[in-house]
Design a protein around this ligand. Structure first.
Ligand code: AMP
Length: 441
């Protein structure tokens, strides 16, 4: 693949040559042709993938093709979260536009606006901006966005993280309705997907992430929940969310069987798939799952590996794997860039140590959320907090857990016997009557 074959004009090819690039990067290969066609684009790309040239080169070609040299309104607006990134993108825009008749500038906060205003008044075709300063200058009537043909949201996830969502919405309201939109993001949270849905029209999905960063393409959530309430939580999530294709991972074969049975009892069609099942049973379960006659497939890691399952909207870790790499494989089953994909982990107190190893591997903190009706009691919360500060113990440890002086039961019995949770809560109530504990106050 060459830059020529992507359909770029010779002036841009010359600029690329001067930069010393010989072949397009994967994101450039995929994004440039679809942007040139005028499509909206939803792109999954991190810094370092060559994404800046991926959107800058085609927009320079599009706007030079339609330019009226006597009048230079802003026709491409590149929004970016930070000053540094804005400056970096502007440098790129300048380099790539050396041989075309395109003017550009950059605006960001933290510096006096006078020069920025003067540059805009002289006429610019491409404006690189951070959202706050852009709105400031618009409020001062120093610029107009009424002629913008192309909007680029770069590092959209970081913009949302930095609280720019309202600014972005305000900016979009200032743009013409008819325009091309390009959204670049390294991660695809629910918020990003929502933003993308509101902005993009029939976007082409473009992905350029190495396989081992799959984890970052998926919305990952942790629900902290006692072991004994996990089945109820799964039932609640699936029924309330109306999920129709869910892959659930358990650590053991028995666990998989038990959960599948519980779901069946609640009229959620499901099948377990693991090493003890015959090949024909596995094939049948998989076929039913793919054809949507089975809503839930409950699987162990080994059984799931090598299964030909399409990417799914929902993957649930009923128990976390004790090998962090297995977590990455598991969640790799769910949606990637653009496709809605959610990986949910139900984490009990005993599994908090696994969260740490997974976070270390992913180099990313996992988001902890709560499900209504499943709030941890203050005692459960403090238990979880205590164990999250404990030193990690060996992965499969079966050390006896504190049971408030009650007779120890096996985990299985507890899970099948909701009474034990109730008793524990009653027990907690008795403790609270004596007055709140310091760590809850
Ligand atoms: P970016 O992901 O846009 O921040 O780009 C990362 C780095 O890759 C920048 O230093 C670019 O100049 C460089 N770059 C972009 N496209 C190419 C390419 N096709 N070949 C070699 N380097 C590139």
């Amino acid at each position: 693949m060459t830059f020529e074959s992507l359909g770029l004009k010779k002036e841009l090819l010359k600029a690329i040559e001067e930069k010393g690039y010989t072949t397009p990067s994967p994101i450039q290969e995929k994004a440039i042709p679809v942007i040139l066609k005028g499509n909206d684009v939803l792109a999954s790309a991190q810094t370092g993938t060559g994404k800046t040239a991926g959107f800058t080169l085609p927009i320079l070609q599009i706007i030079t093709d339609t330019k009226n040299p006597k009048f230079r309104p802003i026709r491409a607006l590149i929004l970016t979260p930070t000053r540094e990134l804005a400056a970096q993108i502007y440098d790129n825009v300048r380099d790539y536009s050396k041989r075309v008749n395109i003017k550009s500038t950059v605006i960001f906060g933290g510096v006096k606006p006078k020069k920025q205003i003067a540059a805009i008044r002289n006429g610019v075709d491409v404006l690189v901006a951070t959202p706050g300063r852009l709105l400031d200058l618009h409020d001062q009537k120093a610029l107009s966005l009424k002629r913008v043909d192309i909007l680029i949201l770069d590092e959209a996830d970081r913009m949302l993280d930095m609280g720019f969502v309202r600014d972005i919405k305000k900016i979009i309201a200032l743009l013409p309705n008819q325009r091309q939109n390009l959204l670049f993001s390294a991660t695809f949270s629910k918020e990003i997907k929502k933003l993308a849905q509101g902005i993009l029209t029939n976007p082409s999905l473009v992905e350029a992430a190495p396989e081992n960063t799959t984890a970052e393409m998926v919305t990952q959530k942790i629900y902290r929940v006692p072991k004994s309430r996990k089945a109820a939580m799964v039932i609640e999530l699936i029924s309330k969310g109306n999920w129709d294709q869910v892959l659930i991972f358990t650590r053991t074969k028995h666990g998989a069987n038990r959960l599948a049975e519980k779901l069946q009892k609640k009229d959620i069609s499901s099948a377990a798939i693991h090493g003890n099942k015959s090949q024909s049973a596995r094939t049948k379960a998989l076929k039913g799952f793919k054809e949507n006659s089975i809503r839930v497939l409950v699987a162990t890691d080994i059984a799931a590996r090598g299964l030909d399952i399409p990417l799914l909207p929902h993957v649930i870790n009923y128990e976390l794997p004790n090998i962090p790499e297995d977590y990455v494989h598991r969640i790799g089953r769910t949606g990637r860039a653009g496709a809605s994909g959610e990986a949910i982990s139900l984490v009990s107190r005993e599994e908090l140590e696994y969260v740490k190893s997974i976070e270390k591997l992913l180099q990313q903190k996992l988001k902890i959320v709560e499900l209504e009706g499943f709030d941890l009691t203050p005692t459960e919360q403090s238990q979880q907090n205590r164990s999250s500060t404990k030193k990690p113990k060996s992965s499969q440890s079966n050390k006896p857990k504190r049971n408030f002086g009650r007779k120890k039961k096996s985990n299985d019995t507890k899970e099948n016997n909701p009474k034990s949770t109730k008793n524990r809560r009653n027990n907690n109530k008795r403790r609270f009557k004596k007055g709140p504990r310091k760590d809850n106050g």
